[in-house]
Design a protein around this ligand. Structure first.
Ligand SMILES: NC(=O)c1ccc[n+]([C@@H]2O[C@H](COP(=O)([O-])OP(=O)(O)OC[C@H]3O[C@@H](n4cnc5c(N)ncnc54)[C@H](O)[C@@H]3O)[C@@H](O)[C@H]2O)c1
Length: 317
């Protein structure tokens, strides 16, 4: 029997592409997309869609009952940069939405949950290179604190209440469909749009700030892979480290110059530099590779080529 899926926060950068992939796998009518607003009309019109506030327990519960949902992907969150501007809103949304979904699974109304964590769980005291799965996590952003606490609760609900919740620590995600929603790695998406539109970009992170990143296709593959993995293959019920590529603003600019030689880049670090400086520059994801055979397909060159090809179609058809 096919899964009946609810995606909360489906209009965002990842939700947009996750919805399309899950519909391909499970059928359009078996995947209910939801969000707090209808701003992403392409997504809203592509299949079943409901307005749903991730902070409203009863609304999520009613939606799950009405649509006979067994699996929830909780993608709604306030991200790292926005979270620093609105700390209490970030805490409220990121924590309460998770509790609502975990509690629905505790009462067996739903069977399975996907909830993403982030490299933001790490902090300045974490080993920066090849950050291990189990290590010091002292995040200094509100967003990072919500993800770290969320991870602890996921493991707790799994261990105490047998809740099947699965999670990965996404690095910065790069994509060409929906724009990113206020994170510290957004520069690595904006740069491609600006390269095509204006041939130049001013980076809000400094030239040599190396961060872990991933192309959207790999992030979606990781998400569907972990959700399809056999239960007993999963040894981590907090959140898995996940890695693909690490690069600096300088390196991404060079990869663009290889295709657009006249592209220029300037640097004007803002408050997001301090957030980036507190995060790792590369991640050890051996456990994910071993437990559920995770592997990535896109390196920097292949990603740049795909981003520029797709954005040229959008801006210069
Ligand atoms: N994009 C990345 O680089 C990245 C990296 C690490 C982790 N993540 C995590 O992945 C998840 C999805 O991230 P994203 O980049 O797609 O975020 P996004 O900001 O692009 O999208 C979030 C969506 O949630 C919706 N939303 C906000 N408040 C809501 C509410 N109260 N009820 C329902 N929906 C609401 C927004 O309208 C938006 O469509 C988040 O948990 C985020 O922390 C993302």
């Amino acid at each position: 029997m096919s899964s009946k899926i609810l995606i909360i926060g489906a209009c965002g950068q990842i939700g947009t592409e996750l919805t399309a992939k899950l519909r391909e796998l499970h059928g359009v009518d078996n995947v209910i997309a939801s969000d707090i607003n209808t701003r992403n009309l392409d997504l809203v019109n592509a299949g079943p869609f409901v307005i749903l506030d991730a902070k409203n327990f009863n609304a999520i519960k009613d939606c799950c009952i009405n649509h006979k949902i067994d699996t929830v992907y909780l993608m709604a969150a306030l991200l790292s940069a926005t979270g620093e501007k609105y700390p209490m809103e970030a805490w409220d949304l990121n924590m309460n939405s998770l509790f609502h979904v975990l509690n629905l699974a505790k009462t067996k109304l739903i069977k399975k949950i996907f909830w993403p964590s982030s490299i933001a769980v790490f902090g300045p005291t974490t080993p920066r290179e090849n950050t291990p799965q189990h290590t010091i996590c002292e995040p200094t952003t509100v967003y990072g604190i919500t993800k770290q606490v969320g991870e602890r609760w996921c493991e707790y609900y799994h261990d105490k209440y047998n809740v099947d919740v699965r999670s990965i620590r996404y690095p910065g995600i790069i994509s060409h469909k929906a724009m990113p929603g206020g994170g510290t790695t957004d520069y690595a998406v904006e740069i491609y749009h600006e390269a095509i539109k204006h041939g130049t970009y001013e980076s809000f992170l400094s030239k040599n700030t190396k961060l872990p990143m991933m192309f959207m296709d790999d992030a979606i593959k990781a998400t569907t892979d972990i959700m399809q993995a056999p239960t007993d293959a999963l040894s981590i019920r907090s959140s898995y480290n996940l890695a693909a590529i690490s690069f600096t603003p300088d390196a991404i600019a060079e990869s663009i110059k290889a295709e657009i030689p006249e592209f220029t880049m300037t640097y004007k670090p803002d408050f997001r530099q301090a957030i980036a400086d507190s995060w790792p520059s590369s991640i050890d994801d051996t456990v994910a590779r071993k437990d559920w055979n995770w592997s990535h397909n896109f390196d920097l060159k292949k990603m740049t080529s795909e981003m520029l090809t797709q954005l040229k179609k959008k801006y210069k058809p």
